[in-house]
Design a protein around this ligand. Structure first.
Ligand SMILES: [Zn+2]
Ligand SMILES: [Zn+2]
Length: 216
């Protein structure tokens, strides 16, 4: 059982990709909670950037989330993370943070321009860690202006179905491409909403996400 199974009904109505002023977001945890309540978002998941070398106090971040839970008890608040896939097929994260995160999203950021390496490291990560979601899926290909070969995408989706890893519908980058969404539906891969929120102005109930609702 995965942590987020408890919140299955909120995978599309909740907001599962949020950054705060602990990293590159503009707003505090409290400001984000207040705005979520104002716009009737029932669940928010903070997915702060983490790495082996952290630039902020992760314990303080968790403490702030706990405080927010006490203060905003009408809102479901999850403490997740966004972690980077390394070319070695490992995640750029420390063990304690990995253990404590309630929601684990993985992503490619500044990865070498090598499709085979991309594929191998993604499969290793999916096999070796308990991942919830592949975040902004397809950004690697968008950046290098290439299209993923069908055979690779098929085996990625097979493993995602088997491991119950979700595909993020990422609003900021308009990803994944429609072809991926159609294929994911065929493979039975689930979707989760990810606005990639860096400012409360972008935190709003969004009708574009509701078309994915019937899949959950
Ligand atoms: Zn990212
Ligand atoms: Zn992000």
């Amino acid at each position: 059982m995965k942590n987020c199974d408890k919140y299955k009904e909120f995978l599309i109505t909740g907001e599962w990709h949020i950054h705060t002023n602990y990293t590159d977001g503009k707003n505090s945890i409290h400001e984000i909670c207040r705005k979520a309540i104002e716009v009737n978002i029932p669940l928010i998941c903070f997915t702060e950037h983490v790495s082996k070398e952290l630039s902020y106090d992760y314990n303080k971040f968790i403490y702030d989330i706990k405080e927010a839970r006490n203060k905003f008890d009408q809102l479901i608040i999850i403490s997740g993370i966004e972690t980077k896939i390394l070319p070695s097929g490992e995640l750029d994260i420390t063990k304690p943070i990995l253990r404590n995160a309630e929601y684990i999203g993985v992503a490619f950021h500044s990865f070498p321009n090598d499709i085979n390496l991309f594929y191998e490291s993604l499969i290793k990560v999916f096999n070796n860690y308990a991942i919830d979601t592949w975040m902004h899926p397809g950004l690697f290909f968008k950046k290098i202006n290439e299209i993923i070969p069908d055979s690779l995408l098929n085996s990625i989706f097979e493993i995602m179905r088997e491991k119950r890893i979700m595909l993020e519908i990422n609003k900021k980058y308009d990803l994944p491409p429609k072809k991926w969404i159609d294929k994911a539906r065929i493979y039975g891969v689930n979707f989760v909403r990810g606005g990639d929120i860096h400012s409360i102005e972008n935190l709003k109930p969004d009708n574009e996400f509701t078309k994915f609702r019937f899949l959950i």
